[in-house]
Design a protein around this ligand. Structure first.
Ligand code: GLV
Ligand code: MN
Ligand code: MN
Length: 402
């Protein structure tokens, strides 16, 4: 039997690692001290549950049931300003299911907390390496915004590493997560069964202009890198309008100006350009427009543009058999209060789908808020999600989901 009290207590305990002091938020980026401390605590909980702990070179933490099993979990790293449930919910729910299955003769369930899902270094980096989407050498060469290479950051977990984990032992993967959007909360529903996960592209763009004096340089003689970013953004919003759908999104979320001083015309601007869509063709069309607009803007403003490494994941559909198991369980636990829905957020499940059948379950996010300290979900909804998982695992998903 699952124990909601134990599940909620563990979920709150995980929040204590990197607690932001603002609401229930956490600051627990991949390989930071709180992230590594949280993984050590999770490893102890896995051992207590009778699971064999293994950690691969990336720092993906597995608690393995003996023999073939169903894999469940998510990630326990956070955004630089993150909520307490993003990733953590899926890991702790998986722990409770694995624990209760072991206690009461249920199907064998293994647990995972993938590393750097939140992309301090890349895009869902830990599961990308585990699935073979990205090589270890390729990952090691990635740097965070401060210029730290992943290769040196992951040394923080070196003493925990046991070796590679063979995916062949898992029949499938189920990830529970908060929705991180407004649909379920707005409709007053409790459960979302995911149909597909959007694709993503992410790259850095650099405008190099001319650093100069902000008092003496006439406006018409400037090669201002920030003005180039600003003009690029306005043009891009206009030009994308003809190709996007209401589900397409694009974001400039990080920008560095050099030298970043009030009295200096910025000589260089480096910014992140990220876009997501459910269709691969549209992602490619958006890329063409982004590159064209950046080049046109640079030419018109007398600056140089350069493009960094492109990272990305393709859109993926969930496995029909596993999905049906979740649908059946949702109808049992939350009759009439669940829906099928796509995911606009990325998840480790995208990478894992390269290796085995995958499915995902959502619970509502209050006000649709996530990647923010005030992210939250009603306790009744957290427990309803756990019950749906439990029902699905015991009744169907444990059985050969091809
Ligand atoms: C993962 O958190 C994402 O960016 O969707
Ligand atoms: Mn997440
Ligand atoms: Mn996230």
């Amino acid at each position: 039997m699952i124990r909601p009290d134990r599940f909620l207590a563990d979920l709150h305990h995980l929040r204590s690692f990197g607690a932001s002091g603002v609401g229930r938020g956490v600051v627990r980026p991949a390989y930071s001290d709180p992230d590594v401390a949280a993984r050590r605590w999770l490893a102890d909980r896995m051992r207590e549950a009778g699971l064999q702990v293994q950690v691969d070179a990336m720092g993906n933490l597995f608690g393995l049931a003996a023999g073939p099993s169903l894999l469940m979990g998510s990630h326990s790293d956070s955004q630089p300003e993150g909520g307490w449930l993003d990733g953590a919910l899926g890991v702790i729910a998986a722990l409770e299911i694995a624990r209760s299955c072991a206690e009461s003769g249920g199907p064998p369930v293994s647990v995972v907390s993938f590393q750097d899902e939140e992309g301090r270094f890349g895009v869902t980096t830990g599961s990308a390496v585990w699935s073979g989407h990205l090589s270890q050498a390729g990952a090691d060469a990635l740097t965070d915004h401060a210029g730290t290479p992943l290769a040196s950051a992951r040394a923080a977990m070196a003493d925990m590493v046991t070796g590679p984990v063979d995916p062949a032992q898992f029949a499938g993967f189920i990830e529970m997560h908060i929705e991180q959007g407004p649909a379920l909360d707005a409709a007053g529903e409790q459960i979302g069964v995911v149909t597909d996960i959007v694709g993503i592209r992410d790259m850095k763009i650099t405008f190099d202009g001319r650093q100069n004096h902000a008092g003496t340089t006439p406006m018409h003689l400037r090669q201002d890198a920030f003005q180039a970013v600003s003009a690029f953004n306005t043009r891009l919003n206009d030009r994308l309008r003809n190709v996007v759908t209401p589900r397409s999104v694009w974001t400039i979320g990080h920008i560095t100006l050099h030298p970043n001083a009030s009295s200096i015309v910025p000589g260089r601007a480096v910014f992140s350009m990220q876009w997501r869509d459910a269709e691969k063709e549209r992602l490619a069309r958006m890329e063409e427009i982004i590159r064209d607009v950046a080049e046109e803007t640079a030419a018109g403003m007398g600056v140089q543009v350069s493009f960094g490494q492109m990272l990305g994941l393709e859109p993926v559909a969930m496995n029909a058999t596993l999905r049906r198991a979740l649908e059946g369980a949702a109808e049992q636990i939350a009759p009439g209060a669940w829906r099928l829905m796509p995911s606009g957020a990325l998840h480790d499940a995208t990478n894992v789908s390269r290796l085995m059948p995958v499915a995902m379950l959502f619970v509502p996010s209050i006000g649709g808020i996530s990647h923010a300290f005030d992210e939250d979900t009603r306790e009744a909804d957290l427990v309803a999600g756990l019950r749906v998982l439990d029902h699905a695992v015991r009744h169907a998903a444990g059985r050969n989901p091809q």
